[in-house]
Design a protein around this ligand. Structure first.
Ligand code: PLP
Length: 348
């Protein structure tokens, strides 16, 4: 006998990527940014008046909203700030889907979605991407009846961006809420931020965990029209983002030069990684993210393990369509050099 609701009893819960204690490990497994956070954001943290920690933080993270308004050209009323974009996703699932509803997403994509749907006790619909991991031509048909549908763009773990026109068409015809999860949007050539202004049913989500090197402070944002953000504010925890995180996130957003410098470095290393792996016989999906998704020339599980034995950790999702692939986060050039050397050694 269990005290839990049946669906909580049944769910496995989300299994996060490993966070090893050994500092010598090269960690290419959770799509973190290899570069430090903006010096201006660190300075803002140091200037924070510690005595203020006696008080609750700003309840709606107004400083982050104001920074987003300046940098991204959004209205502060169109922003919801969360304790990471995972928190934002939780707020969205709780806001728009109950036990009678169906929540849909593309497959493969972010493995947290099914867990959040299980917690809600909602029905789940997996819409398979086509053989090139592109949107199926009958997406609208397949998503029909869902109250909430998630498009991860660019997609994880497959690394590709979907055609914006196709996403736009879908948003126009879909009757429920469309979430465009742009956790990796800053690494892509284009993004879909504008779509929340075009459609009353669109929410775009972003995070500070990847492009801003701030996974540890847990801040994410959602952009939607002010009716949707007002409703979601009723669902979020009263003080969902702590004061120190708000301070760092706002300063990081405003430090546009550093943001661009880091993104460009990662893109350059990404291009190098794609070329290097292709030379070594990998089949690499062209990436729009800060990681690559590739089929190694040997068994993917064995390759993953062989790297692990050499203190390099990447990610392997066994089974299904992902079992042939490995996912490798882009590290610094020095880290990637060690990763290439280890890969060569494993392959010979
Ligand atoms: C597609 C996608 N969305 C959202 C997240 C959550 O990011 P965070 O909660 O760190 O903001 C991740 C994290 O890896 C992700 O891959």
């Amino acid at each position: 006998m269990s005290y839990f609701r049946e669906n909580i009893q049944a769910t496995s819960g989300y299994i996060p990527g490993e966070q090893p204690k050994n500092p010598d490990i090269i960690k290419l497994n959770t799509n973190e940014n290899p570069y430090p956070p903006s010096a201006k954001s660190v300075e803002a943290l140091h200037s924070y008046v510690i005595d203020n920690l006696r008080k609750y933080p700003e309840p709606v993270s107004q400083p982050v909203k104001e920074a987003a308004a300046k940098v991204l050209g959004v209205d502060t009323q169109e922003v919801l700030v969360g304790n990471g974009s995972d928190d934002i996703l939780t707020v969205i699932f709780r806001s728009f889907a109950g036990e009678q509803d169906t929540i849909g997403w593309l497959n493969p994509s972010y493995s947290l979605y099914p867990i959040l749907a299980e917690i809600q006790g909602a029905n789940q619909r997996f819409v398979e991407l086509d053989e090139n991991f592109e949107l199926p031509t009958d997406l609208a048909e397949q998503a029909k009846g869902c109250s909430l549908f998630l498009i991860t763009n660019p997609n994880a773990p497959t690394t590709n961006s979907f055609c914006k026109e196709k996403i736009r068409e879908f948003c126009k015809s879909f009757e429920g809420i469309v979430v465009i999860d742009e956790a990796y949007g800053d690494f892509a050539e284009t993004n879909c931020l504008e779509l929340y202004k075009e459609f009353p049913n669109v929410i775009v989500t972003r995070t500070f965990s990847k492009s801003y090197s701030l996974a540890g402070i847990r801040v994410g944002m959602a952009f939607a029209n002010k009716e949707l953000t007002a409703g979601m504010h009723k669902v979020k925890d009263s003080y969902n983002v702590n004061a120190l995180s708000q301070t760092m996130a706002a300063a990081a957003l405003l430090d546009v030069d550093y943001f661009e410098e880091t993104i460009n470095k990662i893109k350059a290393t990404r291009a190098r990684t794609e070329a290097e792996l292709t030379k070594l016989g990998f089949k690499v999906n062209p990436s729009q993210t800060n990681f690559v998704f590739a089929i190694p020339p040997i068994d993917a599980a064995e390759y993953f393990q062989a790297l692990n034995d050499r203190n390099i950790i990447i990610r392997y999702f066994k089974g299904g369509r992902t079992g042939k692939y490995v996912r490798i986060t882009i590290g610094t050039d020095e880290e990637m050099d060690k990763f290439f050397a280890a890969t060569k050694e494993i392959l010979t």
